[in-house]
Design a protein around this ligand. Structure first.
Ligand code: ADP
Ligand code: MG
Length: 253
């Protein structure tokens, strides 16, 4: 458990003079679910974007499994097993659910992906089987041929999670996996994420819903104004007055 998989070291990132991230130091240990919480605009998504190479830090670096990610392209970081499930579902509505999960498997294998090419491509049994097995595990096994556009919001999230898991993540980064969900779908997502946690997969989860955070997190880092103001176990974070203060005017912690 003490084996650090992801280390964010002294990261700074500004946008036109706005300090989105300052002095960020964060270690994620193998197998843990590490939650990053904080009010809107705190810098959570920026931090995740730095980790996956979508944004370059102004200074500092990110090390994954002993390898410095700074300067690497997003697809290179993805190839190392760092997979982000996006805040906005990025699915292909014109493809079936099964095909949607085949896309990232093929993209990872071949290093690139073109939708036109995929449409003409009949699919290899191995890739189909893998996609279908992941979807069945997530409860979408009876809907493989449905259009992705026909899915409910909760099922779209499930599909998105399947697309993430299909890339064999060694580190799964989730940006607000329950955003916009009704309580029923949120609870179902918590159960899914608990199942994933039980496999020992290392996860970083950004989440606004404290019920989700406290149901899943082993450790929590609290961001406010681009700085980490508190780090610790859920109990430690709950008891820290700085956290309540950071959320004043927002929802209750
Ligand atoms: P969070 O995910 O915690 O809500 P973000 O990381 O999205 O916060 O944003 C942190 C701050 O950086 C906000 O003030 C936001 O407006 C700003 N910001 C984020 N991305 C950009 C960008 N691409 N250009 C300019 N400002 C940005
Ligand atoms: Mg965000």
């Amino acid at each position: 458990m003490d084996n650090v998989v992801l280390h964010v070291a002294d990261v700074h990132k500004s946008f036109a003079g706005l300090h989105a991230l300052s002095d960020i130091d964060l270690s994620v240990r193998e197998g843990e679910t590490h939650a990053i919480i904080g009010p809107n605009g705190a810098g959570k998504s920026t931090l995740l974007n730095v980790c996956i190479g979508r944004l370059k830090p102004d200074s500092g670096h990110v090390v994954f499994d002993g390898e410095n990610l700074t300067g690497k392209q997003p697809h290179q970081i993805n190839q190392l097993g760092v997979v982000r499930v996006f805040q906005t579902p990025e699915i292909f509505p014109e493809l079936s659910i099964l095909e949607n999960v085949m896309v990232p498997i093929l993209a990872k294998r071949d290093g690139s992906f073109k939708l036109n090419w995929f449409k003409r491509f009949s699919g290899e049994a191995e890739v189909r089987d893998k996609a279908s097995s992941i979807l069945s595990d997530l409860g979408l096994g009876s809907m493989l041929q449905h259009d992705a556009s026909s899915l409910s919001r909760g099922d779209k999230r499930r599909l998105e999670l399947a697309m993430g898991l299909s890339q064999d993540p060694r580190l799964l980064l989730l940006d607000e996996p329950t955003a916009g969900m009704a309580r029923h779908d949120t609870n179902a997502t918590i159960e899914l994420l608990k199942d994933i946690k039980a496999t020992g997969m290392t996860k970083v989860i950004i989440e606004h819903d404290m019920h989700v955070v406290f149901s899943l997190a082993d450790r929590i880092s609290v961001l406010a104004g681009g700085r980490i103001i508190c780090q610790g176990t859920p109990e430690e974070v709950k008891a820290d007055p700085r956290v309540k203060e950071a959320y004043l005017g927002e929802e209750q912690v």
